[in-house]
Design a protein around this ligand. Structure first.
Ligand code: AMP
Length: 454
């Protein structure tokens, strides 16, 4: 741990949130300059022990919003943790998200003496059991594995002082509600509870009534709104031309430095990854059928820039935190409109901007309509590609109010010969990019009140 005097002068913009110096120091080292809006609005309440209902998408800095107050509490309220005991518990829907949250705690808490563990399914539990045996200050877990180990008495939750439910809407979608209820019933009700969700459907509001006590409500984006720094476009294309269009986009637009491509199925993800690799576009696939180590390896290659494209299904990619994703490409539109919001939130993270392209075939027009209703605006149509299917574009959806047509030449082309289409496209100075400038987190408001279990 650093001596306080050596870090007294660090200016991070976080001092106004009353965070202790070792935490400010870690933020300074991470080059965080200002708190993001969710951090600015939530942290002052959380350090006072209030419950919180946070409506925020990933990419807004919500992990630090809950991690920093927890670390601060652990440091200020030091007490020995009992064997198999847990002082703070963070529940997350997927292994990837759990690992990322664990990593964030490690980074933000690097100048503190914090014992932490991350547990998730799909791997043998022996190492996790060993990590839990002496007790931990911070436990990040997926609900299924946590409940298994709880039932096996490998851990105790009777001393948990803070509980976080992260991506609660996703956990509900994945059927974790019964597990969450059992876990919560094993934790003292005097705990501090934080619930974060990208959207606030009625089930989440109900959940918050049951699990939170007089919560502060913080919304950094209206429910289901899309991050406004993302430029969104839809490209109408016949189903049989989709993979050609994807290949064309990735080959022609060099500004696509790091692209996340979403498919609906695992099989589809594998097929696309194989096809792109064949044409020398470095690609990995990530989905629930891959082993844990294969998933982490694929992520690492994507994160480090060794592969340019990561093809993913929804389940594998919720909450993925990879910096510098320039483009999200929906190879297939999601059936659930809310998934669209989650998907495109992988770009434009922490104040930068990004581009989201959605390839829409005739069968997906109804999904597009649902998405546009959800985000309350119509997507711009991009016709400036050689596979534009005018017949799909002109089929009515009923919500198109302001869909400006980008770069339109006004001609409908329908399905055409692929090589002619590609040749024409190559002559059009084709680009899905725009000038990119780094954004800055902005300030919000704050308030206080007191409560915490010890
Ligand atoms: P999250 O929404 O928690 O997944 O965070 C998204 C990304 O924002 C992560 O890469 C964080 O490292 C980064 N981040 C979080 N807070 C800040 C901040 N105040 N300034 C700059 N980057 C941040």
């Amino acid at each position: 741990m650093l001596a306080n005097s050596s870090i007294q002068s660090m200016q991070t913009g976080f001092e106004t949130l009353n965070l202790i110096n070792p935490i400010c120091q870690a933020l300074h080292e991470e080059k965080y300059i200002l708190p993001t809006p969710i951090q600015e609005q939530a942290i002052p309440y959380l350090v006072k022990g209030r419950d919180l209902l946070g409506c925020a998408q990933t990419g807004t800095g919500k992990t630090a919003a809950f991690a920093l107050p927890i670390l601060q509490w652990l440091e200020q309220d030091r007490e020995a943790v009992s064997p198999k005991g847990v002082r703070s518990l963070i529940l997350a829907p997927t292994r990837e998200l759990a690992v990322q949250i664990g990593e964030s705690f490690r980074v933000y808490g690097r100048h503190l003496r914090i014992k932490q563990a991350v547990i998730y399914g799909g791997v043998r539990p022996a190492l996790q059991i060993r990590a839990l045996s002496r007790g931990v200050d911070v436990l990040v877990a997926t609900p299924g594995r946590l409940l298994d180990l709880l039932n096996q008495r490998q851990l105790r939750l009777d001393n948990v002082g803070v509980l976080v439910l992260d991506e609660a809407d996703r956990m509900l979608d994945m059927g974790f509600l019964p597990d969450i209820k059992k876990i919560c019933s094993a934790i003292p009700s005097s705990r501090q509870t934080m619930l974060f969700s990208a959207t606030l459907p009625s089930e989440i509001v109900k959940l918050s009534r049951n699990f939170l006590s007089d919560p502060v409500k913080v919304t950094v984006n209206p429910p289901s709104s899309t991050v406004d720094k993302i430029e969104q476009k839809v490209l109408f294309v016949d189903r049989e031309n989709k993979s050609d269009l994807l290949e064309f986009i990735l080959e022609e637009d060099e500004s696509i430095q790091r692209a996340l491509v979403f498919t609906r199925t695992k099989h589809g993800a594998n097929r696309i990854a194989k096809r792109l690799s064949k044409v020398k576009i470095s690609t990995e696939a990530i989905h629930g059928n891959k082993s844990q180590s294969a998933r982490l390896q694929a992520l690492e290659k994507f994160r480090s820039g060794r592969v340019r494209v990561l093809v993913a299904t929804d389940i594998a990619s919720r909450g993925l935190d990879v910096d510098g994703i320039t483009h999200v490409i929906n190879y297939e539109l999601p059936k659930e409109a809310e998934s669209y919001v989650h998907r495109i939130g992988r770009t434009a993270r922490a104040g930068t901007d990004g581009i989201a392209l959605s390839l829409c075939d005739a069968g997906e027009k109804s999904y597009l309509r649902k998405i546009e209703l959800e985000i309350r605006c119509s997507l711009n149509i991009d016709q400036n590609h050689p596979f534009h299917a005018q017949s799909i574009a002109s089929k009515k959806t009923g919500v198109r109010k302001s869909g400006s047509k980008n770069f339109s030449d006004g001609r409908g082309r329908g399905s055409r010969n692929k090589s002619t289409a590609r040749a024409e496209g190559k002559n059009k100075n084709f680009s899905f990019s725009r000038n990119r400038s780094p954004g800055k987190p902005v300030n919000g408001k704050k308030n206080i009140r007191n409560k915490r279990a010890s």
